[in-house]
Design a protein around this ligand. Structure first.
Ligand code: HEC
Length: 101
């Protein structure tokens, strides 16, 4: 497991500096937009009505935020939250949340 983490870190730092920057921006957005209030620190929700996001991959997060924003997936709370997100916010949030274990 330590080897795997070191390998992933090396991938992120060594081969794709921008992915690292995006996840860092995503972490700020996650706090600034209030996601953390419902979905919890590190994507681990402590309230049963709010799903944990840790363990979801970036593609899932991107698709669902895009669908909430367009109204394809309906939930009044998340439709309102996603309406305030720009494309770059969704990319960064997907990178950050996708990195959470
Ligand atoms: C007021 C509480 C609240 C806030 C704030 C909030 N969410 Fe949610 N979120 C929810 C609820 C409730 C659901 C479940 C919606 C449903 O049942 O379809 C959800 C679902 C999701 C899902 C889909 C999870 C799944 O397993 O299908 C994602 C992704 C998500 N939220 C991301 C975010 C992001 C990113 C933010 C910040 C921009 C955010 N949420 C802010 C309450 C919240």
């Amino acid at each position: 497991m330590k080897f795997v983490s070191a390998f992933v870190l090396a991938l992120v730092l060594g081969f794709n500096g921008s992915a690292f920057a995006d996840a860092t921006a995503g972490q700020s957005t996650y706090a600034a937009k209030g996601c953390i209030g419902c979905h919890g620190a590190g994507g681990k929700s402590v309230v049963p009505t709010y799903p944990s996001l840790a363990g979801r991959d970036a593609a899932f997060i991107k698709k669902n935020l895009t669908d909430f924003r367009s109204g394809t997936r309906k939930n009044p709370t998340m439709n309102a939250m996603a309406a305030a997100l720009k494309d770059a916010d969704i990319e960064n949030l997907a990178d950050y949340i996708g990195s959470l274990k």
